[in-house]
Ligand binder design. Structure first.
Ligand code: GLN
Length: 246
């Protein structure tokens, strides 16, 4: 709290600007929007109300992807938002390339700015696309990542802090699973033989993603975040994995 006020003061040195920012802070606006930035992984991302604020839990997805992507690999990041996932991975691994997509032009502008700061150059390509209806991907990928909107529509109002964030980045439809269903159905043909989907999921969606994976012929492993909640789902085609066919 004290520290947050110091950050706000540093960002808004003029008294009137500081008071205006304090008003925003006191009415509950997230600090990341007031400061216009959020640290994630080991980078500082610009954020605006057009993008979801990157969460520390999502670093588990980055960590998992970094550990399994092969040297020189290519991956996709669907619903990239600020680009936090794609850019953290490609910032750390200069051997990788990524196609990152989002429906929001405004979000993509934020992501492109972050790409310039992190210096990923043309290794991360951004595509504007409605992933429920369009396919911006091209060829095969070692992994298709996504932290899509996954909160059940009726639950969003239960979290007052989410009111400031883009609803389009949160609303996963009636059961929160709309994007997983669409991504698995629409983009599975873009997975290389030993490729995988890697999704961030909600703390209570482990069983639902396992059932969805099963219904679509994938084997699913769910791992937890450091808060002990289910957070990352990895989906592979069983035919590609020795441990499954043995
Ligand atoms: N993890 C976010 C939250 O629960 C939601 C992110 C999302 O829908 N992808 O606040």
């Amino acid at each position: 709290m004290e520290q947050e006020l110091i950050w706000i003061r540093e960002k808004y040195p003029t008294e009137s600007d500081y008071q205006a920012a304090l008003d925003r802070y006191r009415t509950g606006e997230p600090l990341a929007y007031i400061l216009g930035e959020q640290y994630f992984w080991r980078y500082c991302f610009t954020v605006t109300p057009d993008v979801l604020i990157p969460r520390p839990d999502t670093e588990r997805l980055v960590e998992t992807a970094l550990s399994l992507l092969p040297q020189g690999g290519r991956f996709a990041d669907l619903c990239t938002g600020s680009g936090a996932i794609a850019l953290s991975i490609c910032g750390d691994r200069t051997d990788l390339t990524c196609d990152a997509a989002d429906i929001s032009e405004a979000a993509l502008e934020v992501a492109k700015g972050n790409a310039r700061v992190i210096g990923t150059g043309d290794r991360v390509r951004f595509h504007r696309a409605d992933l429920l209806a369009e396919d911006p991907l091209c060829g095969l990928y070692d992994a298709i990542l996504s932290n899509p909107p996954y909160i059940p529509a009726k639950d969003i109002a239960n979290y007052p802090s989410l009111a400031y964030e883009p609803q389009i980045a949160l609303d996963g439809g009636e059961d929160g699973m709309d994007f997983y269903k669409a991504i698995i159905a629409r983009f599975g043909s873009h997975l290389a033989d030993d490729g995988c989907f890697l999704f961030e999921i909600g703390y209570d969606q482990g069983d639902a993603i396992r059932a969805l994976a099963d219904a679509n012929g994938y084997v699913c492993t769910v791992t937890k975040d450091y808060g002990g909640n289910d957070r990352v789902a990895k989906l592979i085609k069983p035919i590609n994995r020795k441990e499954v066919t043995q």
